[in-house]
Design a protein around this ligand. Sequence first.
Ligand code: ZN
Length: 198
Amino acid sequence: MDLYSGYINRLISELSVLPGIGSKSAQRLAFHIINMPKEQVEKLAGAMTEARENIRYCNVCFTLTDREVCPICSDASRNQKQIMVVENTRDMTAYEKTHKYNGVYHVLHGAINPSLGIGPADIKLTELIKRLERDVDEVIIATNSSIEGETTAMYISKLIKPTGIKVTRIASGVPVGGELEYIDEVTLSRALDARVEL
Ligand code: ZN
């Protein structure tokens, strides 16, 4: 016998597909939503739909944006010849918050992870190599210091080295296994300053 109405069950099952939301949290959220004022629920649902409809990848760096070319890539005051490679848009935001970096980015949308079947073709690597056909001075690899992040960094450096473009890796001020987005700004800018050439 179903304990709840079909509507509630459906809401719980939709919520439980979100990352970090187990079945208990999904239930808690579902009941919270049901008790919210109707207008607030409409606002929430509307924000989700609108964000999904209007957000796209930047044509240049592949970060999430609502424009064809994101504000960073279209900013003439930034050094377009220095490209920092990050795993996702959240990591890019973390570096932006340090206000210490004036180059541009390349967002991979993931990292190489053989155990999950994620290979080089599944992240935005071809797109990165294509960008290097233009005038580039340095590629800074700022993937996470997890096994996947390190594997990806090694792979990228091997790929770029023959081109003669300088490849650097952010320093190990970033704790092993640490995810960039949770690291404080001082540590992040130190890791950038102390980057080493690969
Ligand atoms: Zn961009």
